[in-house]
Design a protein around this ligand. Structure first.
Ligand code: SF4
Ligand code: SF4
Length: 335
């Protein structure tokens, strides 16, 4: 029987996937657990937790492994993961994605940054950071982010056999989507091969912050969340949809825009910013100024509606949205 590399006090090796709806973290968690149970002969469990089941909303998947003699009676969320898989780098803006990690935990991030840059960004004192450009691989292979993340996850879990996973992928896709088998296998393999892993020692004299359950309080009459209150309303000007983008975003080229408003008609989040200006004959007309990326979830409906090439779907670059945002009302960051 395979040996798990680390165990917590209950005898579990635990993994938490931090993602947004639509990237397939729930399915990835189930496939990971299946490979551990059927392929490696472990006990295992996988389940997800999410708020609204909306594409782009934060979701978590939880996976537990243990040996066959250890019963799994704990189905609470994974609070102290040995591995965290972050499917959407921008999630760290609003979610404590590294909550509860140990000094020797591994943090896997879907990103194009280096492990050292991510260490700074995530404010990690030390530990192991693994990076895979899962979005880039998925776009190139015309497949899904979760397959590339799964490939990388298998490199981090040497007790799991990647060949078993390939058989699971083939078995689950070949009947309904036979054309997807080859791209899914290629995406998985690239995730496995291309992940970069780097370990950082804790600075001398420093230790990991003590784990507190601040994110998941023990509920009582004094600590339970107040019911019936929407704390992050979708119709507020404060709403920030940037974490809902899963890799692609629209770019606007004003030189080829004919100001026809087709984009505005299809945009579900009212991202297009207009201004009334005189046309060549001096008559007042509405002219498109740009996109307020704070509210853009990257659905790309506007690209398909645009009759010219004024809008194009591009891979999101770090800082592009902030630099090119045209604020709807005013720039909240300047208030
Ligand atoms: S659909 Fe294209 S051309 Fe029309 S207003 Fe929007 S960006 Fe401009
Ligand atoms: S991608 Fe286009 S249609 Fe979709 S939210 Fe962003 S601006 Fe609106």
């Amino acid at each position: 029987m395979v040996q798990l590399p680390k165990l917590n006090e209950l005898g579990f090796f635990e993994i938490r996937l931090e993602s947004i709806g639509g990237l397939g973290a729930n399915l990835a968690g189930k496939m990971l657990a299946e490979a551990g149970v059927e392929g490696a002969g472990l006990n295992g469990v996988s389940f997800s937790s999410y708020g609204s089941e909306k594409k782009g909303s934060p979701v978590k998947a939880h996976i537990r492994f243990c040996d066959l003699k250890t019963p799994i009676r704990d189905t609470s969320p994974v609070e102290r993961p040995h591995i965290v898989g972050i499917f959407q780098e921008a999630l760290a803006k609003t979610v404590n994605v590294i909550s509860g990690i140990y000094e020797d935990s591994t943090v896997l991030v879907n990103s194009r940054k280096t492990p050292a840059e991510l260490k700074e960004q995530l404010k990690l004192l030390g530990g192991t950071i693994a990076v895979i450009d899962a979005t880039g691989i998925a776009l190139e292979e015309k497949n899904r982010v979760n397959m590339a993340m799964l490939g990388a996850m298998f490199r981090l879990c040497p007790f799991l056999d990647p060949q078993i996973m390939k058989d699971v992928i083939r078995k689950s896709l070949e009947k309904k989507y036979p054309q997807s088998v080859a791209p899914a296998l290629a995406t998985f393999e690239r995730g496995y091969q291309e992940v970069t892993i780097e370990s950082f020692s804790l600075p001398a004299g420093m230790s990991m912050p003590a784990f507190t359950r601040a994110d998941t309080p023990v509920l009582g009459y004094e600590t339970q969340p107040i019911g019936g209150i929407v704390t992050n309303p979708g119709n507020s000007i404060l709403k920030d949809l940037s974490i809902s983008r899963s890799g692609m975003m629209p770019h606007f080229n004003i030189d080829t825009c004919i100001h026809c408003a087709q984009c505005d008609n299809v945009c579900p989040d009212n991202c297009f910013v207009w201004k009334e200006l005189p046309d060549k004959k001096g008559r007042l007309q509405m002219f498109l100024q740009g996109i307020d990326y704070q509210y853009c979830k990257g659905c790309l409906k506007c690209i398909h509606a645009c009759p010219t090439d004024a809008l194009s779907g591009e891979r999101e670059e770090d800082g592009y949205a902030e630099a090119n945002r045209v604020p709807h009302l005013f720039d909240l960051a300047l208030q």
